[in-house]
Design a protein around this ligand. Structure first.
Ligand code: ATP
Ligand code: MG
Ligand code: FE
Length: 349
C-alpha cells in the first residue's frame, strides 16, 4: 500500500510517500529562517508557516513520486509530541486527506518516526535493538522490539535538557545562529576538542546508568564564556564549540555502548536531529566497530524532522495490520514514547 506521511510538530513541514519500505517522494519546507531572529521556534509563527506549506508539500511529494492523490491507501500524521498549534495543522490536514480519500488515518508518535525512518535506507529493523534518540527535545536510550507493535522500553532519559537543546543553547551563548546544532558543529571545525575540559555529566559510577543531563554542561560553557568576557579576552568560539561538542559526543558514546553491553544488543540504532552530527557519527561508528556492534544511522538529511519518517512508520503499521485511529481526535502536545501509535483523545465539547 501507498502511505502518505505528514509531519508538522515543530518548524519543518514535511510530507512523504512510502510503499513497502521504499521512499517514493518527499516534500519538505522549513520556517527556521523566520525563527532565527528570535533564537528559537515561535509556535504561532511555525503554525502559520505549516498552514501555507502543508498542501504544497503533499503536492510536491505526490509529484516527485509520480503518483496521484487517489493512489494513497493510508495517511499517517504526527499526533505528538510537539508544539500544540503546529501539531494541530498537520492533524487537521491529515484528517482532511484521509476523509476525502476514504482511507485509514494513523496518529503516530514523532519519536517513533525518527526511528522508523532508518528502514528507508537500511531495510527492516532487527527483531530487537538498542536505540539512542538524540533530538531537539529528547534524549533517551531505548530497548526496541517490533517498532509497530511492541511497547518501547526506556532504559534512560535526560533529567533536564536534551542534547539538541544543549547545542541550541550553547549556540546562543556563543552568538551563533539558530538552529544551534549545525552552527556549533561548523564553528567546531576550526577548534580543538581537547582545548577545554568540560564536564561529562552523569558518567560517574554512582550516576543513573542510562540517564543523561546536559544542563550542567551548558552552564559550564556559560561560565567559560563569562570568564573570558570578564577578563576582557575574546571568547575562543571554535575551541569552546569543539570542546562542548566532544563532551556531548563522549557522554552519548559511553552510555550507548554501556546500554548495548548490558542488553546484549548487537545493533545500535541512532536517530534524531543530533544524529546528523558528523563527529557523533564518526565517534559512535568507531566505538561500535571496536565492540562488534552494528551501528545504524539514517543519512543526515533524514535525521532531522521530515515527512518521510512519518510515512515510513505509517507503512510499518499498515504492513503489521495495526488498527488505525478514527477521525474524531486531536493532537497530543505532550506524550511519552510508549509505542508507535498515539490514540487521539476525542475532541471535547
Ligand atoms: P524532537 O524530535 O525531540 O521533538 P525536534 O523535532 O525539534 O525535537 P529534531 O528535528 O529531531 O528535533 O532535531 C533538531 C535538533 O537537532 C536541534 O536541536 C538541532 O540543533 C539539532 N541538530 C541538527 N543538526 C545537528 C548537527 N549537525 N549537530 C548537532 N545537532 C544538530
Ligand atoms: Mg526543526
Ligand atoms: Fe524531531
Amino acid at each position: 500500500s501507498l502511505v502518505l506521511g505528514i509531519e508538522t510538530s515543530c518548524d519543518e513541514t514535511g510530507a512523504g510517500l512510502v510503499r513497502d519500505g521504499v521512499l517514493l517522494g518527499e516534500g519538505l519546507a522549513s520556517s527556521a529562517d523566520e525563527h532565527a531572529r528570535f533564537g528559537g521556534v515561535v509556535p504561532e509563527v511555525a503554525a502559520r508557516a505549516h498552514v501555507s506549506a502543508v498542501t504544497p508539500m503533499v503536492r510536491a511529494a505526490v509529484e516527485a513520486a509520480g503518483v496521484s492523490l487517489s493512489d494513497i491507501d493510508a495517511v499517517a500524521v504526527t499526533a505528538g509530541p510537539g508544539l500544540s498549534p503546529a501539531l494541530h495543522v498537520g492533524v487537521a490536514a491529515a484528517k482532511a486527506y484521509a476523509a476525502a480519500l476514504e482511507v485509514p488515518l494513523y496518529g503516530v508518535h514523532h519519536l517513533a518516526g525518527h526511528a522508523a525512518v532508518d528502514v528507508l535506507g537500511h531495510g527492516p529493523l532487527p527483531d530487537r535493538c538498542v536505540c539512542l534518540i538524540v533530538s531537539g527535545g529528547h534524549t533517551s536510550l531505548l530497548a526496541l522490539g517490533d517498532l509497530a507493535r511492541d511497547p518501547v522500553e526506556h532504559l534512560g532519559d535526560t533529567v533536564d535538557d536534551a542534547a539538541g537543546e544543549a547545542f541550541d543553547k550553547v549556540a546562543r551563548l556563543l552568538g551563533l545562529p539558530y538552529p544551534g546544532g549545525p552552527s556549533v558543529s561548523r564553528a567546531a571545525l576550526d577548534g580543538d576538542p581537547a582545548a577545554i575540559a568540560f564536564p561529562r555529566p552523569m558518567t560517574g559510577p554512582r550516576d543513573a546508568a542510562f540517564g543523561f543531563s546536559f544542563s550542567g554542561l551548558k552552564t559550564a560553557v556559560a561560565r567559560h564564556v563569562e570568564a573570558a568576557q570578564d577578563a576582557g579576552r575574546a571568547v575562543p568560539v571554535p575551541d569552546v564549540a569543539a570542546s562542548f561538542q566532544m563532551a556531548v559526543v563522549d557522554v552519548l558514546v559511553r552510555k550507548a555502548l554501556r546500554a548495548c553491553a548490558e542488553r546484549g544488543a548487537d545493533t545500535l540504532l541512532m536517530v534524531g536531529g543530533v544524529a546528523a552530527n558528523r563527529v557523533l557519527r564518526t565517534e559512535m561508528e568507531r566505538a561500535c566497530a571496536g565492540a562488534g556492534i552494528t551501528l545504524r544511522v539514517p543519512v543526515p538529511r533524514l535525521c532531522t524532522d521530515n515527512g518521510a519518517m512519518i510515512a515510513a512508520l505509517g507503512d510499518l503499521l499498515v504492513r503489521d495490520g495495526v488498527e488505525p485511529a478514527g477521525l474524531g481526535g486531536t493532537a497530543v502536545p505532550t506524550v511519552p514514547l510508549t509505542g508507535a501509535t498515539i490514540t487521539f483523545p476525542p475532541a471535547t465539547g
